[in-house]
Design a protein around this ligand. Sequence first.
Ligand code: NAI
Length: 249
Amino acid sequence: PLPVVVTGAASGIGAAVAALLVAGGTPVIGLDRHASAPDGVDARACDLSDPAAIDAAVAALPDRLGGLASVAGVPGTHPPERIVAVNLLVPRRLGAALTPRIAREGAIVNVASVAAQRSAATDAEVAAVLDASGDAAVLAAVAAHGLDGSATYDFTKKALLALTLRQARDGLAAGVRALSVSPGPTETPILGDFEQTMGADRMAAAAQVVGRHGRPEDNAPLIAFLLSREARWVNAVDIRVDGGLLGVR
Ligand code: NAI
């Protein structure tokens, strides 16, 4: 099989996806700030918040790829510009650069969040941000909303759902699918940041509804499936992986 690029492969959900793909015989190239990654992953250190670093990483990737899992993300405790850069500009830039290299029936899978549903942004406001040309214009368009870190996080995840649909449309001619998955609260290092921005009580209440928090291993099988040829007719859709949290609400 062709290699799959996984961002955020050093930790949490990205590491679980990378490990599962490797276990199934798919070569994985991991892009992360940290060079560590599960055994068997071709881990490449790269600060994806720097567009020049993305371009350099892309230049060193193989010409043909099986897919892209955009998993890297930062929580609302980071400065808003960094949240927009990592959560939105990275999947946008990488998706645009790699779509032409992804084989027919391959896919882009973006990891969004159930937090997207919390954003007060309208579809028109999200579209205006995605229509902005160039990273600086996107950053300015989000900044114009004057959101705090937590609301910026929610906004970037809502925008990522809409970006995914645009990527799906752009990929149709070449047979490259684009999908998003929206995890609920998941036990990874950033869960503590979510407790800080949203309140530990709210996070605990969410775990009570569905019995526990999710784990990276709960998300990885769906992401690996969506990347695979078996999912070749599944396209342009978001799938929640939250144990039912939003559905039963
Ligand atoms: P994590 O913190 O364990 O993993 C995130 C990875 O992204 C880390 O390895 C980090 O080094 C990498 N990363 C961050 N900024 C980077 C940069 N500038 N350049 C390169 N790599 C960078 O967190 P987790 O939970 O695995 O998060 C993965 C995705 O899942 C994120 O997009 C997050 O927003 C999303 N998510 C997580 C939830 C949770 O409760 N843990 C819930 C819903 C969505």
